[in-house]
Design a protein around this ligand. Structure first.
Ligand SMILES: Cc1cc2nc3c(=O)[nH]c(=O)nc-3n(C[C@H](O)[C@H](O)[C@H](O)COP(=O)(O)OP(=O)(O)OC[C@H]3O[C@@H](n4cnc5c(N)ncnc54)[C@H](O)[C@@H]3O)c2cc1C
Length: 404
């Protein structure tokens, strides 16, 4: 006689609704595990898809088109959802502590909370600059800015972007494109807008092949974006504040100073302190060290993926493309450990093809790689590449649309 296996009740808690967890939730919805209670704790109920975010800033996608709504997704996965920010972990008693006082118990934990740009060492940056993450805050400031420019298009505006990785580059091109659309519409000269991009190293997009770096630098220069390469911003201060505008001064170690009205901060990724404080093994920047199985090096009951994880054997740049690819292996190993099976190693690809939007409904293709030494495919901006990127991104997002 066949007996029904008695399900063991286990609590799997996911912290952060990042790219990998969105995939994990979708896959749990398709292939649930009886006896496992799934919980998602995330700071915001909508999570931005990094591939379409620059396109949203450029005005090509709506807010909904580039965000995954985690409520119907959690519903599909039959997961409990808490919209709250995790502030601490107790790994001896397996508890998650949230900002609103909520305490959640777990047997198994997975962390996919992304990263935030590091500002700590630069005086005035935390106070006056707008960090690119959390995305919801970036967008709040961006909507305010485009509204202000729409109301007073005749007023000159100067914007600074600090950080010349792919995020900073795409942000600069997308912001310029959107603001030019507004100025064009109101018949104002585009010279009313000035954009500055600061980059500590002498080249943009250090994780990309030389040919891509060269090409992107040429595009930015042609578009009139003022590049400050080899410049380390060391101080940010507010000079004046009027009813309609604020003026800030950006100071660099070289002595260069630039005045601007808004500062966006897209520098190197950083991790929150509470991970290290919990005793989790982290790298020097505070990112969780994980094995090839995405399991913490120090705590077997913890898994991590996306920006917040550093694969000990395969370190990769902090990019959405890796967080997406880790989704399925993370799901597989979470299910395997819950079923008492051995874990499977995952090896991320060394090279990756990036389609980088250039803010004009074109995209260039560039090969990035883990060590920035190889990579050959660099194609100049083209409409067809944009269409291809658009198709890939929309197809990805389609997986997370649910009927009301
Ligand atoms: C402007 C810009 C453009 C970019 N463009 C690209 C690109 O074109 N291609 C690319 O590959 N990468 C790009 N990136 C990088 C990309 O955004 C990140 O690598 C990617 O988002 C990482 O995904 P993730 O799953 O690790 O986390 P995220 O997508 O950042 O998601 C983290 C989630 O965790 C939640 N969370 C955070 N902290 C907590 C907490 N304490 N408690 C609970 N929940 C929490 C957040 O609300 C969020 O839902 C860009 C970045 C920026 C800033």
């Amino acid at each position: 006689m066949q007996q029904n296996p008695q399900p063991i009740v286990k609590d799997l808690v996911l912290i952060g609704g990042g790219h990998s967890h969105a995939i994990v939730l979708k896959m749990f919805g398709v292939k649930p595990l009886p006896g496992v209670r799934l919980t998602l704790i995330t700071a915001a109920s909508q999570t931005a898809y990094s591939g379409m975010l620059p396109g949203h800033i450029a005005g090509f996608y709506s807010h909904d088109e580039c965000h995954i709504d985690l409520r119907p997704l959690a519903n599909f996965a039959q997961a409990q959802l808490y919209v709250d920010t995790v502030v601490a972990l107790d790994l001896e008693n397996n508890k998650v502590l949230c900002a609103n006082g909520l305490v959640v118990d777990f047997d198994l934990l997975s962390i996919d909370i992304g990263s935030t740009p590091a500002t700590i060492s630069v005086s005035g940056a935390a106070e006056y600059a707008i960090a690119a993450k959390p995305v919801s805050q970036l967008l709040e400031h961006w909507y305010e800015l485009i509204e202000a420019v729409g109301k007073n298009p005749q007023e000159p505006i100067s914007i600074a972007i600090v950080g010349g990785g792919v995020g900073g580059v795409e942000l600069a091109l997308s912001m310029q494109s959107r603001l030019h659309q507004i100025l064009d519409k109101t018949q104002q000269p585009i010279k009313n807008l000035e954009l500055h991009l600061f980059q500590r190293s002498t080249e943009l997009m250090p994780n990309y092949h030389q040919s891509a770096r060269h090409q992107i630098q040429q595009i930015l220069t042609e578009r009139g974006i003022k590049l400050h390469l080899g410049e380390s911003v060391c101080n940010v201060a507010r000079i004046t504040q009027s009813e309609t505008q604020e003026i800030f001064e950006i100071k660099c170690e070289s002595g260069l100073t630039v005045e601007c009205n808004k500062i966006f901060w897209v520098t190197q990724a950083s991790a929150p302190e509470w991970l290290k404080n919990a005793g989790l093994g982290t790298d020097e920047q505070g990112f969780i060290l994980v094995e090839d199985t995405l399991q913490s090096q120090t705590h077997p009951q913890v898994f991590a993926s996306g920006d917040i994880a550093t694969m000990v054997n395969h370190p990769r740049p902090k990019a959405g493309v890796f967080a997406v690819r880790q989704g399925k292996p993370l799901f597989d190993n979470l299910q395997r450990i819950l079923l008492g099976k051995s874990l499977k190693p995952y090896r991320p690809q060394k090279q990756y093809l990036s389609l980088i939007g250039t803010g004009d409904k074109r995209a260039m293709s560039a090969t990035g790689n883990a060590y920035a030494t190889r990579g050959i495919i660099t194609l100049p901006p083209h409409k067809l590449l944009w269409h291809y990127k658009d198709w890939i991104d929309r197809r990805f997002m389609e997986r997370f649309r649910f009927e009301e």
